[in-house]
Design a protein around this ligand. Structure first.
Ligand SMILES: CC(C)(COP(=O)(O)OP(=O)(O)OC[C@H]1O[C@@H](n2cnc3c(N)ncnc32)[C@H](O)[C@@H]1OP(=O)(O)O)[C@@H](O)C(=O)NCCC(=O)NCCS
Length: 178
């Protein structure tokens, strides 16, 4: 039931548990693998590095990055989001993932809402996120949550080929001042 699902900032223990769970990315049949790895031809080695415990802890140690976890009964990780502060007005949503067994239940939206509310309190005005042009699920999710596409960039991916990224922005200016 949704009542038992909570969303909060991750503790170091939570981050360790998360990085273990991310071994899921090595399941080649999972939707996460298909959408984020197979489609772009990202080498597995790169994926393992990007999602390793070390990489995640390093990002949070810098103080510019926050990880949020969606937990069932305070222990089972159903999804996570990571934000990285770019400057005092802008924060990037670096990634948001809900594990395939629990998608379309509003968990992605709850993770996003928690992150956006924290950013609003800090005085952030803009949240940016990049999505692969072909990542239709992710793009619909951002559009449903009021992100607006602002530009398209062709990128040399770190693994050699080219991909097109769509940059989305969410303005979180306080409504009462508009
Ligand atoms: C994108 C993702 C985070 C969405 O999480 P979620 O918990 O399923 O999202 P929600 O249930 O809050 O969905 C909110 C709305 O977004 C849209 N949406 C979400 N998933 C969608 C999909 N697969 N197809 C079409 N629309 C979708 C819908 O409008 C949905 O509302 P609805 O269910 O009432 O129609 C999740 O599908 C995921 O982890 N995907 C793989 C990883 C990924 O691509 N991450 C983004 C890049 S890092």
């Amino acid at each position: 039931m949704m009542e038992s699902i909570s969303v909060s900032k991750a503790t170091v223990h939570g981050i360790r548990t998360l990085s273990k769970k991310l071994e899921l990315l090595e399941d080649k049949n999972s939707q996460i693998y298909q959408e984020n790895v197979a489609k772009f031809g990202i080498p597995e080695e790169y994926v393992r590095k990007a999602f390793s415990e070390e990489a995640v802890l390093e990002a949070t140690k810098s103080g510019k990055s926050t990880i949020y976890l969606a937990l069932e009964n305070r222990c089972k990780i159903l999804g996570f989001a990571q934000t990285i502060q770019r400057d005092h007005l802008t924060t990037e949503l670096d990634r948001i993932v809900v594990f395939p067994s629990h998608t379309r239940m509003g968990i992605g939206t709850r993770l996003l809402t928690k992150a956006v509310n924290d950013e609003k309190k800090k005085g952030t005005k803009t949240i940016i996120v990049n999505a692969g042009k072909k990542e239709t699920h992710a793009r619909r999710f951002y559009e449903k949550n009021e992100f607006k596409p602002t530009k398209e960039t062709e990128m040399d991916a770190p693994w050699g080929s080219k991909i097109v990224l769509v940059t989305y922005q969410l303005q979180i200016e306080d409504k009462k001042h508009n």
